[in-house]
Design a protein around this ligand. Structure first.
Ligand code: PHE
Length: 446
């Protein structure tokens, strides 16, 4: 039996939910991952593909996840069980929980670096990114501190922990981004960066580029592993799922576009290469701060806000696994949170050691990536895409949009008109696009 709504907790207000879901979506994915993936995949063309993926695949999948969550009032595993009892569909939920644990493991490593950069920028330390991440004690302690911070917020539960933080801090991040973009685009030689980013060159687009854009859309919107099923389960019946999804996607995409506007002009004005890889923002941002009066303070505040944005995302990752253990395995919330965090920490150690500490982990044989890069490619792209395809098939073909629409109609009586469009997207368009791309990738197409 699902627990009563009162016991499970519910969002305090619609705005609170939107900000918390946007908090999950907005994070390192926008500011760390988006610019480096865009840089590696050709800039402008990637941006266009990314926007198409968000609009036609990301938003429908988000509506599907939130609806499944609100209807079932459960974690991803329980949700499939409530809608199709006794069927193998709950494997999709397990897959999500597993993917969540894996993403959390390396994501927290990167979040730890962000935390370290607050102090590093404040004291004006000029150590290069590579030397910073090559210090094992520093990397592992920052990783541990960030894990503990996540645990402390998730322990507080939905309304007091997650919602309160998200409400205050997201708007501040937006403001600081605007200030820094103005600085970046006024640097000398920045216009080449703007044209790299805003003038698409489709001649370099390959199957891999499209898959990277699609994976980035899922990663950035927190889709494909049940985070939005879990957040949807705390949503009230009065809320409009479709417009809420629209707002979350809009905020998230806005921040990613802004991150690109911040990074690429500065990058080109410094004559650096856009395909720097995962260290990109950590290398570019300090240079921008050095050109601003009081740059130490501005820089430190920026990394502080970025750490908080990362925290609202790690919270959502941890919440998925915690909700599963609390709902299905009847763990006490407090115990569940600590156990999951410990498992994620152990799993994250190789990622933390792969950035200049253990050379073998820095370049894995066959795949030619660092352990962290490999985890990100595999779980942050492929597993999310697999999860999303299964969720859309479940929604469109198994639960059926017709039945799901009854849930969406609560809170959005005008949905009737749009139901056929959602049906087409989730039944045919999303699964077809994702499957074609995955097959293409596995048969080694370019
Ligand atoms: N969307 C988050 C970000 O952009 C990361 C995330 C992925 C969170 C998947 C939850 C689930 O940083």
């Amino acid at each position: 039996m699902p627990k009563s709504e009162h016991e499970r907790g519910e969002w305090g207000s619609r705005l609170g939910f939107i900000l918390a879901a946007a908090g999950s979506a907005i994070g390192l994915g926008n500011i760390w991952r988006f610019p480096y993936v865009a840089g590696e995949n050709g800039g402008g063309a990637f941006l266009v593909l990314y926007l198409v993926c968000v609009l036609f695949i990301g938003v429908p999948v988000m509506v599907a996840e939130l609806t499944i969550g609100r209807f079932s009032r459960r974690n991803p595993v329980g949700a499939f069980e409530v809608i199709r009892p006794g069927s193998p569909w709950k494997i999709v939920g397990y897959l999500g929980v597993f993917t969540g644990i894996c993403i959390l493991s390396y994501y927290t490593v990167m979040a730890g670096y962000t935390l370290g950069y607050i102090v590093k920028t404040l004291i004006g330390d000029r150590m290069p990114f590579e030397s910073f991440t090559a210090n094992p004690i520093l990397s592992l302690s920052l990783f541990a501190v960030f894990s503990i911070l996540t645990v402390l917020v998730v322990q507080g539960g939905v309304k007091n922990g997650i919602e309160r933080w998200a409400k205050i801090l997201m708007p501040v991040l937006l403001f600081l981004l605007v200030v820094l973009i103005i600085r970046s685009v006024t640097l000398e030689g920045s216009s080449r960066g703007l044209s790299f980013y805003l003038k698409p060159d489709f001649s370099k687009v390959t199957g891999k580029t499209i898959l990277a854009a699609l994976g980035q859309a899922f990663f950035s919107l927190s889709l494909g592993m049940g985070a939005m099923i879990t957040y949807g389960s705390y949503l009230s019946k009065k809320d409009n799922i479709v417009t809420s999804s629209g707002y979350v996607a809009l905020f998230d995409t806005l921040i990613a576009i802004m991150a690109g506007l911040l990074i690429f002009p500065a990058l080109f004005s410094m004559n650096m290469s856009p395909s720097e890889g995962p260290g990109l923002v950590f290398k570019v941002l300090p240079v921008i701060f050095n050109t601003i009066p009081g740059g130490h303070l501005v820089g430190a505040s920026f990394f502080l806000l970025l750490s908080i944005a990362a925290l609202t995302s790690t919270i959502s990752l941890l919440e998925v696994v915690t909700a599963y253990l609390v709902d299905e395995k009847h763990f006490l919330r407090r115990r569940a949170v600590w156990i999951v965090a410990l498992v994620c920490f152990c799993l994250g150690v190789p990622s933390a050691l792969s950035q200049g500490i253990v050379p073998r982990l820095g370049r894995l044989p066959l795949v030619n990536m660092s352990f962290l890069g490999f985890m990100d490619w595999w779980f942050g792209n492929i597993m999310l895409a697999i999860g999303a395809v299964l969720i859309s098939i479940f929604f469109g073909w198994v639960w059926k949009t017709r039945r799901a629409a009854a849930e969406i109609l609560e809170g959005y009586p005008g949905f009737e008109r749009f139901a056929p469009a959602l049906d087409l997207l989730l039944k045919f368009f999303c699964p077809a696009c994702i499957i074609v791309l995955l097959v293409f990738l596995f048969i080694g197409g370019e």
